[in-house]
Design a protein around this ligand. Structure first.
Ligand SMILES: CC(C)(COP(=O)(O)OP(=O)(O)OC[C@H]1O[C@@H](n2cnc3c(N)ncnc32)[C@H](O)[C@@H]1OP(=O)(O)O)[C@@H](O)C(=O)NCCC(=O)NCCS
Length: 183
């Protein structure tokens, strides 16, 4: 499979997602059962990669988000704000498991960060946060510059963040670069 990996908006109704298998069933089920509902409600915008047969091989979901600063290290807190600060939530990100380990997750994350940069240029934002699903996901995000937000309640999911100003310095807003799955 060597189709270009351009990010495209999710379609409604969603097609080509029946075979998507990231290895994390809750993420696969969420794509099939909930992503379009979130899109219609204005709660989360989902972007997909498709292969040349139109099958979904990856997706991510972004939303504007009020980020609570509790647990954010002091160097990245906005100290004048006692309330949450504006930002973004990368609520979901997953790649079909047939493609893992080839740096395509990195490519997918870069395209998500490019979308955040687009949004931030129009409407500002201080922090991007992700709620990791498991230790594997946390390792992936830490390897890509995300830092932990300290948790006082261990039952809550681990949350990680990056400063939007760092994202703007790292990525170019605009369409994906059309990298291919064949490398
Ligand atoms: C997370 C996911 C997108 C990573 O995709 P991938 O293509 O396998 O990852 P990459 O090949 O781009 O990894 C690039 C780098 O990330 C880092 N990385 C990846 N997984 C890691 C882990 N478990 N721990 C630490 N670092 C990790 C490594 O530095 C790796 O570089 P390397 O090639 O030198 O090893 C993919 O495994 C996936 O979809 N998993 C299931 C869904 C999921 O967990 N999503 C995230 C939470 S919503």
């Amino acid at each position: 499979m060597s189709s270009p990996l351009y990010t495209e908006p999710i379609d409604d109704p969603l097609t080509g997602a029946d075979t998507f298998d990231s290895g994390v069933p809750v993420l696969d089920d969420w794509l099939r059962s909930t992503a379009v509902t979130m899109e219609r409600a204005g709660l989360g915008r989902t972007h997909v990669w498709r292969d040349r047969d139109g099958l979904v091989i990856a997706y991510f979901t972004l939303s504007p988000h009020q980020v609570a600063q509790d647990g954010v290290p002091s160097r990245d807190r906005y100290s004048k704000a006692s309330r949450p600060v504006p930002g973004y939530l990368l609520g979901k990100l997953a790649l079909d498991k047939s493609l893992h380990g080839r740096r395509l997750g990195t490519r997918l994350l870069t395209q998500a960060l490019e979308r955040v940069a687009d949004a931030a240029q129009l409407a500002a934002g201080r922090l991007l946060v992700v709620d990791d699903i498991d230790d594997n996901a946390a390792g992936f995000y830490r390897a890509h510059g995300f830092r932990d937000i300290r948790r006082d309640d261990p039952t809550r999911p681990q949350r990680l963040y990056r400063r939007v100003s760092d994202i703007l310095a790292d990525v170019s807003p605009g369409p994906g670069d059309g990298a291919t799955a064949s490398g």
